[in-house]
Design a protein around this ligand. Sequence first.
Ligand code: PMP
Length: 316
Amino acid sequence: MKCTKGGNFSKGELQRFGNIELSPSAGVLNYGQGLFEGLKAYRKEDGNLLLFRPEENAMRMIMGAERMCMPSPTVEQFVDAVKATVLANKRWVPPPGKGSLYIRPLLMGSGAVLGLAPSPEYTFLIYVSPVGNYFKEGVAPIHLIVEYELHRATPGGTGGVKTIGNYAAVLKAQSAAKARGFSDVLYLDCVQKKYLEEVSSCNIFVVKGNTISTPAIKGTILPGITRKSIIDVARSQGFQVEERLVTVDELLDADEVFCTGTAVVVSPVGSITYKGKRVSYGEEGFGAVSEQLYSVLTKLQMGLIEDKMNWTVELS
Ligand code: PMP
């Protein structure tokens, strides 16, 4: 789907996956005017497909587009395009329990622009791919290292929207961590280097007794849709959930730590290394709390329990 600056997106069309043509001076290539989303489709036992809260992805893209000076598809255009793309690729959705179809909507400044300015033209497209687990550990515990020098987001920057530059910003720290055998990096606030923010591609939760805490959204953390859903699921399961400033030292005292995201779903954290210390939360698998939340969320997403929240969208 295409759109000029200040205009509305045209009706989209389905195309075979392949390279796209871009001007070397496209806004996305030169000035980073790009946003993306990520969501999944699961196959049910009866063969129908389930999307999870696609209108939330649409709303996050609209919010991000405003920050990046881009027009965006409406919620209806976004969700309709996701449905059409998934249905056209139905045969690629793995059987129940064998993975999911990852859906990647992209919005970019595709028009040519030489001096620094918003692009004169925009393209919205969606591609899909079958996926299994995100971390090589599967749903086994992941191992994080706290990063003190490099930051993914700064106050007033674009850390709270899903723009492509945020991912370029984490590549160095993430590659270094992986080379040292860690699964990913845990970022801190860049002012006091004291408060937890998030991991390169997921949000973080800290469990202590019946209380589950997660960093509050304040512009430098991506407002994860899984995060938001897990907060509701946890409350419905009787946990107390706090969205607040969470200090890095609270990691020392936590019973369990877990990450959430579309790709990682709910992943237990086995250890966090910081200031040279390795804090371990159990190497065996899920803790009791993260296991309970993982179980409820995945059953909801796969249509195995009643969807009282009305979060899933069924396609046949
Ligand atoms: N933080 C970052 C930086 C991410 O890239 C993602 C993945 N979209 C998340 C958190 C989790 O967001 P969601 O639950 O919407 O996938």
